[in-house]
Design a protein around this ligand. Structure first.
Ligand code: PAF
Length: 281
C-alpha cells in the first residue's frame, strides 16, 4: 500500500493506473477504523482494480467542537489494518491540503437535510458535501463505498452526485454489528464499560419494534422505541423517526411507502450513537 499526502501526488499515482483502464474504487473515512470500514474496503477491492481509501477527520462537518476534539485518531493502527486488508492507496491529507482556502460553498439539500441529522446537527451535511466533493475530485473514482449506518448521509451524497454531475456510482453497504447487535462505530470506543453494556439496547429495541410494527401505527411504534430507550437511565433519545427510505420524509401511515426506515440518534452519556432499521410491512 502506498500512502499519499497531497492531491497532486494522488492524481499522479492514479494517472499511472488509468491508461490500463483500471477501475478505481474509493472508501472515504475519518479513520479509527473498525470491521464496518474494512467490509467497505473488502467490497471495494472485489469490485474494482484499484482500491483507494482516505483518512481525514473533516473539521467542517463537526457542528460540535468537543466532538471534533475527542474524535478518536489512531493513524498507525488504521494504516496497518488497511495494508492487511489489501488497500492499494491510502490518502491522508492535512487540513491545509484539503482546505487551502476556507470552503465557502453552501449546498441546499432541500427536504433531505431538514430532518433527523440535518435538523439536529446544523451544517453537518454541508461539511460532508464539501469534503466528499473535494475527495471525489481528487480521486476520480468510478465507485465509492459508504456504510448504511449513516443512512441520511448516503441519501445526501447520492443527491450531491446527481446535482454536480459527478460520474461515480455510490455503493451503500449493510451495517456491521457487534455480536450483541450494537452497530459498529468509531464512537463506540469512547463508551465506558457500563455504557457499552447498555448501548446494545438500541438495536434490540429497534428489532423488537419490527415484530409488531404492522399491528401498531407508525406513531405508536415511534413512541414505543423512544419510551423504552429513555427508560434506561444511561440512554437519551434525541430523535427516532420513521421515514420514507427514498425521500427521508417522515411518514404517518405504513402505506405511504414500500420502504419505511426507522432512524435513531441516542446519547449514551456524552457519546452520540446512530442506527437504523428497515420495516418489512
Ligand atoms: O462517514 C464518514 O466517515 C464521513 O462523513 C465521510 C464520508 C468520510 C466524510 O468525511
Amino acid at each position: 500500500m502506498k500512502q499519499v499526502y497531497s492531491v497532486t501526488d494522488l492524481r499522479d499515482c492514479l494517472a499511472g493506473e488509468r491508461p490500463e483502464n483500471k477501475r478505481v474504487g474509493f472508501v472515504p473515512t475519518m479513520g479509527a477504523l473498525h470491521d464496518g470500514h474494512l467490509s467497505l474496503v473488502k467490497r471495494c477491492i472485489e469490485e474494482n482494480d484499484v482500491c483507494v481509501a482516505s483518512i481525514f477527520v473533516n473539521p467542517t462537518q463537526f457542528n460540535n467542537k468537543a466532538d471534533l476534539e475527542t474524535y478518536p485518531r489512531m493513524p498507525e493502527k488504521d494504516c496497518a489494518l488497511l495494508e492487511t486488508a489489501g488497500c492499494d492507496y491510502l490518502f491522508t491529507p492535512s487540513e491545509k491540503e484539503m482546505y487551502p482556502e476556507p470552503d465557502t460553498r453552501v449546498f441546499d439539500f432541500g427536504p433531505l437535510a431538514q430532518v433527523m441529522e440535518g435538523a439536529f446537527r446544523p451544517g453537518h451535511f454541508n461539511g460532508v458535501a464539501q469534503i466528499v466533493s473535494k475527495l471525489f475530485d481528487a480521486v476520480g473514482p468510478c465507485r465509492a463505498y459508504f456504510g448504511e449506518k449513516d443512512f441520511q448521509q448516503v441519501a445526501i451524497i447520492r443527491w450531491m452526485v446527481e446535482q454536480l454531475n459527478i460520474p461515480v456510482q455510490i455503493v451503500a453497504c449493510p451495517i456491521l454489528r457487534e455480536a450483541d447487535g450494537l452497530a459498529m462505530s468509531s464512537r463506540n470506543m469512547r463508551l465506558t464499560r457500563l455504557q457499552r453494556q447498555k448501548a446494545p439496547l438500541i438495536y434490540q429495541t429497534l428489532k423488537e419494534s419490527t415484530g409488531f410494527a404492522p399491528d401498531k401505527t407508525v406513531r405508536e411504534t415511534e413512541v414505543f422505541v423512544a419510551d423504552r430507550l429513555n427508560s434506561e437511565p444511561l440512554l437519551l433519545v434525541e430523535y427516532f423517526d420513521i421515514v420514507d427510505g427514498y425521500t427521508l420524509s417522515p411518514i404517518r401511515d405504513w402505506k405511504e411507502t414500500p420502504y419505511p426506515v426507522g432512524c435513531i440518534a441516542v446519547y449514551c452519556g456524552e457519546v452520540r450513537l446512530i442506527d437504523n432499521i428497515t420495516y418489512k410491512i
